[in-house]
Write a protein that binds this ligand. Structure first.
Ligand SMILES: *[C@@H]1O[C@H](CO)[C@@H](O)[C@H](O)[C@H]1NC(C)=O
Ligand SMILES: *[C@@H]1O[C@H](CO)[C@@H](O)[C@H](O)[C@H]1NC(C)=O
Ligand SMILES: *[C@@H]1O[C@H](CO)[C@@H](O)[C@H](O)[C@H]1NC(C)=O
Ligand SMILES: [Cu+2]
Length: 149
């Protein structure tokens, strides 16, 4: 019985890895793109309405003079300028790993004026399925030990 459940769970993981792990593309700012936001909420409002997963792509598109740099939380808060930013629109960045990620424009005071984006990435569906499968497998092992005792 456990063997069969384990097999079913394994098949579900395989199916998910193949079909439900598709990476999504997020066009930063929607139609507004990557620019100095007018409103106070800036990019937080846009980000709040999205679900970011590890492996998804962020696409920054702009006209005029802007850049995108992946920065630390501290540099994000202080708008620390740096010279390793990407300056040719569009810039596509793959979100690597879960947790927070921070991006700023490094031109003039654009970041201080709100051209900054922080996101929090969740585990991808495929990674979640693998993690759940590992938990289930552990559970089945414990169950089969308990049964034979
Ligand atoms: C959030 O996204 C939904 C669906 O894409 C949309 O209908 C809604 O207007 C958005 N809300 C905001 C505040 O952008
Ligand atoms: C941004 O840089 C940090 C530190 O180097 C790195 O861990 C993270 O994966 C990068 N994020 C993206 C989206 O490239
Ligand atoms: C961005 O940072 C703010 C302030 O720390 C936080 O409240 C918000 O949840 C973060 N947004 C995302 C999408 O992680
Ligand atoms: Cu800018």
């Amino acid at each position: 019985m456990e063997k069969m459940l384990e097999f079913v769970s394994f098949i579900l993981v395989l199916v998910c890895v193949i079909s439900c792990g598709a990476a999504e593309t997020h066009n930063v700012g929607g139609d507004f793109g990557w620019n100095i936001p007018g409103g106070k909420a800036g990019y937080q409002k846009w980000a709040a309405n999205q679900t970011f997963k590890s492996g998804d792509n962020l696409v920054f598109t702009w006209t005029g003079e802007h850049t995108v740099a992946n920065v630390s939380k501290e540099d994000f808060e202080k708008c620390t300028t740096r010279n390793d930013a990407q300056s040719n629109s569009p810039v596509s960045i793959s979100i690597s790993g879960t947790g927070p990620h921070y991006f700023i424009c490094t031109i003039g005071k654009h970041c201080s004026f709100g051209q900054k984006l922080n996101i929090t990435a969740e585990m991808s569906a495929a990674a979640s399925a693998i993690a759940i499968n590992a938990l289930l497998s552990a559970f089945f092992v414990i169950l089969s030990i308990a049964i034979t005792m």
